[in-house]
Ligand binder design. Sequence first.
Ligand code: SF4
Ligand code: SF4
Length: 142
Amino acid sequence: MVAYPHPVIRMPIICHHCRKPKCAENCPTDAIEVRDGVVVIDEEKCISCRQCVISCPFGAVFTHEDIETPFKCDLCGGDPECVKACPKQALIFVPEHMIGEEHRVSSLLKYAKMKEIEYVEQGEKKILKYAETEKVTDGGAS
Ligand code: SF4
Ligand code: SF4
């Protein structure tokens, strides 16, 4: 986890387990492998060159002065400890096909709360009120 040097903003930086991991692409010893969809560092093959640290676009590979090789999230064998430990349930572990679900739900809610929609028809700006949409729907159904 990284706490940004900012009084308010604190956010976790975690590995995305990319399908095409930049960290692995730039590893000179092929020490980074994808095993069952999880991107892992093989410490035996690693020469500690830190290329992976530089290559990850998210800063998800870490180093520590007491640890010889870089390290990163390995999903704890499929049962991530960070998710269990988070006191605010801010972290959730979901199947890959659920990625984006939160955005989809939040978009739906935004539409549901909209009172009117602005659009342009033949160059003319128009406003469709939500109530009018309901009327049209009712009329169409009868
Ligand atoms: S360490 Fe970075 S580049 Fe590598 S898989 Fe994770 S997020 Fe992707
Ligand atoms: S530090 Fe290790 S895992 Fe990272 S790029 Fe270098 S050899 Fe590969």
